[in-house]
Design a protein around this ligand. Structure first.
Ligand code: ADP
Ligand code: MG
Length: 338
């Protein structure tokens, strides 16, 4: 059936991210609940139509590890993307509610994300590009599914003057402007697993003391009036021109603390963080050897050289993942505890 905005009843907001918000809605003709992502875009009609065309590939993405796509339409000046509603929300919301997630559950999450990434790449040659806890969703059936993968280059380009595409889950090679590969998603998975297992963003203690992290959650915020509104102001190129990020980072390091910008504390801390990711050893799950197999897996996700890092498909053969696939932890029972 054709999805129409008139048939959708807004229930409540599920969250906000870069360039838009997500609402829980009811599709009145079928009584089905959906998540409606509303993206404010700055683009001409022809480009909007192009975006809708690019999104149609989502109809062919069918896997139990991928959030289903129900349709997309224009609702001037927005594009609305309707998808499967995950009633337990995203993993960031879950750990913020219940605290660090137990390691066997984290193993199930790792397995599901690797399955999802392998499906996207093998069946459609799609690279996710935005793996992070808020894009890993969970439902009361105990299912883990990924969402928000990059199928529309035009959509990314049209979310004007935001920090879209730049996140602190980015791999060192991507920060330095190298092309994306499936292995970049593996890095982001490693960071995400540490975050949900520790119950906090893994780099939070490596930022400088005067950093203002009050509204920093691992993703750069969209432009706000009077605040930093482009990556250029940060010394970083915008998402669509990020190939010279490395050179720009070096230049800014020379200027160092001399850079004074509006919202300076947070801005500097993010720039420092990106430098940290490139220059310092990768974070570890736990340094003390409590979960050797899980730690070894995360270490392999966070190899800084992408040539050494495995692909999602290869990592499905990792011993911790093979164990996690059939481990006895019952995600449906776990879901009923919160
Ligand atoms: P981000 O992923 O950066 O947080 P989004 O705009 O993609 O920003 O999503 C905002 C929030 O909405 C997410 O953090 C997530 O908790 C929630 N959300 C997104 N999609 C769904 C969905 N299909 N089902 C339930 N909750 C969702
Ligand atoms: Mg998202």
């Amino acid at each position: 059936f054709e999805l129409r905005n008139e048939d959708l009843k807004d229930l409540h907001e599920l969250g906000q991210g870069n360039g838009g918000s997500v609402k829980k809605v009811e599709h009145i003709p079928t009584g089905k609940f959906m998540a409606k992502k509303i993206v404010l875009i700055d683009a001409k009609p022809a480009v909007r139509k192009q975006i809708l065309r690019e999104l149609q590939i989502l109809h062919d993405c069918n896997s139990k590890y991928i959030i289903s796509f129900w349709g997309a339409f224009l609702a001037d000046p927005n594009i609305c993307i309707c998808m499967e509603f995950a009633d337990k929300g995203s993993l960031d919301g879950i750990y913020k509610k219940i605290g660090p997630i137990e390691i066997d559950v984290v193993g199930k999450v790792a397995f599901a994300v690797l399955e999802g990434l392998t499906y996207l790449y093998d069946a459609h040659r799609i690279i996710h590009r935005d793996i992070k806890p808020s894009n890993i969703l969970f439902n009361s059936e105990g299912e883990v599914k990924i969402c928000d993968f990059g199928v529309s280059g035009e959509l990314v380009n049209s979310i004007a003057d935001t920090f879209v595409g730049t996140s602190t889950y980015m791999s060192p090679e991507r920060i330095q402007g190298s092309p994306y590969s499936v292995k970049s998603d593996v890095w982001s998975l490693g960071i995400s697993l540490i975050e949900i297992a520790l119950g906090r963003f893994p780099f939070s203690e490596s930022l400088s003391d005067d950093s203002d992290l009050s509204d920093f959650e691992g993703t750069l915020s969209p432009a706000r009036p009077g605040s930093m509104n482009s990556l250029a102001a940060l010394g970083l190129p915008p998402a669509r021109k990020r190939s010279s990020a490395a050179a720009t980072l070096k230049k800014d390091k020379r200027k160092s603390k001399g850079v004074s910008l509006q919202g300076g504390a947070m801005t500097m801390s993010i720039l420092e963080l990106l430098q940290h990711i490139v220059n310092e050893p990768a974070p570890r799950l736990t340094p003390e050897g409590r979960f050797p197999e899980a730690e070894a897996f995360v270490d392999s996700c966070l190899l800084k050289d992408p040539d050494e890092r495995k692909t999602p498909k290869d990592l499905l053969n990792d011993s911790w993942i093979v164990y996690s696939k059939t481990s006895p932890v019952d995600l449906k029972a776990w879901a009923s505890t919160f």
